[in-house]
Design a protein around this ligand. Sequence first.
Ligand code: FAD
Length: 150
Amino acid sequence: MVTLPGEQARALAALDETAFAAELERRYGGRLGRMQLAGSRHVYPLVATWARRFVGPRLPLPAGDAAVGMHPVTAHGFNLGLTSVERLADLARTALRQGRDLGDPALLARYQRRHRQGSWPLFQRPARSSASTRTNARRRAGCAARRCVP
Ligand SMILES: Cc1cc2nc3c(=O)[nH]c(=O)nc-3n(C[C@H](O)[C@H](O)[C@H](O)COP(=O)(O)OP(=O)(O)OC[C@H]3O[C@@H](n4cnc5c(N)ncnc54)[C@H](O)[C@@H]3O)c2cc1C
């Protein structure tokens, strides 16, 4: 996965296969050896989402990416979408078990709190890791180790 400003992403995607592979080799400084396009390329606009409200009067509002949309590098967006649905199902179970209204504001507030608290660390991760020199140092060490492996 390559993350670039829109114009650069479009220019990279427009290269023919040979030029594309050469450009990726250059970007990786040759650390990953010869590169070859193995499938089709897809360009996605990256839009982070953090819904202002996860619940409204008598109903939960968004789930999945509509509630929390993250940078794909976290590889957790789909998992988090499933988690939001699980939390909603949990809310419905609790309401049924306790004979409460599904739209009970206290239950909805609990869902909002749980989903916000559970999502925030993951949502923050890409920003933290790109800024973290410790992570960059780890990455450099990983690349150096790979160069040592025959
Ligand atoms: C390159 C890339 C790699 C990723 N890798 C991973 C990974 O490794 N692991 C992981 O967990 N997640 C990953 N994700 C994130 C994951 O794909 C998303 O988090 C997940 O697909 C979100 O699911 P969703 O159902 O909430 O939204 P979506 O999958 O976006 O589904 C929303 C649907 O609603 C439709 N829609 C939109 N507006 C309307 C409308 N007005 N009326 C009717 N339909 C509408 C859309 O067409 C779409 O089909 C990756 C994402 C990208 C872009």
